[in-house]
Design a protein around this ligand. Structure first.
Ligand code: XMP
Length: 450
């Protein structure tokens, strides 16, 4: 494996993924990783991924004595030169700093092709200098993880909270591949999911994978708790807490469970950005499960990037609608019905959202747009239908391009497609007489409206 040490480069995740795409396993670690740890990881190459600024982080410099090739990038290269008392200016491109010790440095050309340039150099280092061969693939990853799960779990039992999202679905499928019936999945239907979502989850996990699958119908329970609540943060809290209560109650009915499976992925663990932040943080996917749960955690996707998680899911036979599902907030439609949530409003937003999704898919834009959905603002306006005045709801449409949800740009959906969507919503969905399209970026807006 090649270890990338986060030394402040904004490209550190890109570098890690580039190496994996070459078929060589790679991990990103904070600058606090020790030489001893690198040795026990059996690293065959180390990349000190620094940024343009000459921030010098502290690292365990005995890693230079491990006999493992080290490539310093930008300030990482400067660090190596300084450490060995060199005063030499690094040349542009790739240079050998100290051949005996196998130290290399590179600077990036300050041009638009920076990342291509970077990829080529990384490939040279990984393949020619570290002498790796491409043997890492999704299949080998699955085999390795399956073996790990089997030896960790033995003949004991695992519980998984399935949300229908990509990460928890892939975790369930992977663990099921490893231990079959020793896995039980709990799926809480809180009534805030999109149209056909419950059916798709049940069909996949219960009917196709034949998992031990418990579907809890908690729709009324959630609606009751949300009655009269209008504040978005309060709604989030209620939905999150209620989820925990329901999950707790259901899991208490089961006996002899030792493990809880979590869909934690790489992005949840390593914050993108720089080594100035302390990198590793623990992250609970299921909206914070109770602390006193006496389960051991299983997190088999911890080392994977989102697109790798999708590839594993596809390899395990999950349907494309699950593997390529767009991001969907935990509180679901609860934060897309603005103001008080009622069954009627949920139905309206669910139907409008379905039409939007249907037309986006028909237009072949479903993989292109990062996230798209309908919102039901708490307003009514005057309209005319069948020559009669109406006073009904307005539906908002939102579609954005984004990489990680931190910033976003509104999608330029062709007007004729927007027109089709608008016409369908106002004719097919009762109590809607107006459709608006949100043309706000993030910032200053957010992606969701609540
Ligand atoms: P915002 O609205 O903050 O959304 O621009 C950024 C991304 O996060 C999702 N989102 C949530 N996800 N629980 C979640 O699990 C939440 O409470 C929540 N709020 C927003 C949103 O859908 C978008 O992808």
């Amino acid at each position: 494996k090649i270890v990338v040490i986060d030394f402040g480069s904004k490209y550190n995740q890109l570098i890690t993924r580039t190496i994996r795409e070459l078929g060589v396993y790679s991990e990103l670690h904070p600058h606090t990783v020790t030489a001893e740890e690198l040795k026990s990881m059996q690293a065959v190459g180390i990349i000190l991924a620094g940024g343009e600024k000459e921030d010098m982080f502290s690292i365990d410099s005995s890693l230079f004595d491990l006999g493992i090739p080290v490539l310093g990038i930008e300030s990482g290269a400067q660090f190596i030169v300084k450490h060995f008392g060199g005063a030499s200016e690094l040349l542009d491109g790739f240079s050998s700093i100290d051949e005996e010790k196998q130290l290399y440095g590179m600077r990036l050309h300050p041009d638009a092709e920076k990342t291509d340039n970077l990829k080529g150099k990384i490939q040279h280092f990984v393949e020619d200098i570290c002498e790796t061969n491409a043997s890492w693939s999704m299949q080998t990853l699955i085999e390795i993880e399956v073996e790990k799960i089997r030896s960790q779990v033995g003949d004991r039992k695992v519980l998984c909270a399935l949300s229908g999202g990509v990460d928890s679905s892939v975790v369930a499928a992977l663990i099921h591949r490893a231990i079959g019936d020793q896995l039980t999945c709990i799926f809480v239907d809180h009534g805030l999911l999109r149209k056909f979502e419950v059916e798709s989850v049940v069909d996949t996990f219960s009917n196709q994978f034949h998992m031990n699958f418990i579907k809890v119908d908690a729709r009324t329970r959630f609606l009751d708790k949300l009655k009269g609540v209008t504040d978005p943060e309060q709604k989030r809290k209620i939905i999150g807490n209620e989820f925990i209560y329901v999950f707790d109650e259901e899991s208490a009915k089961l006996e002899g469970i030792d493990f809880l499976a979590q869909g934690t992925i790489y992005a949840d663990i390593i914050e993108s950005g720089t080594a100035t932040k302390e990198v590793i943080k623990s992250h609970h996917n299921v909206g914070g499960l109770p602390e006193d749960m006496e389960f051991e955690l299983i997190e088999p996707l911890k080392a994977l990037f989102k697109d790798e998680v999708r590839a594993v899911g596809a390899e395990l036979g999950l349907p494309s609608e699950i593997v390529h599902r767009q991001p969907f907030p935990g509180p679901g439609l609860g934060v897309r019905v603005l103001g008080e949530i009622t069954e009627e409003k949920l139905d309206i937003v669910r139907e409008a959202d379905w039409i939007l999704r249907d037309e986006i898919a028909k237009a072949g834009l479903d993989r292109e747009i990062w996230q798209y959905f309908a919102i039901l603002p708490d307003i009514r306006s005057v309209g005319v239908r069948n020559e009669k005045r109406s006073y009904d709801y307005a539906v908002g449409l939102r579609a954005v391009h984004s990489v990680d949800g931190m910033t976003a740009d509104w999608a330029r959906i062709p007007w004729d497609i927007l027109e089709k969507i608008s016409t369908r919503i106002t004719t097919e969905v009762d109590h809607v007489n107006r459709v608006v399209y949100d043309i706000t970026g993030k910032p200053p807006g957010t992606i969701e409206w609540e």
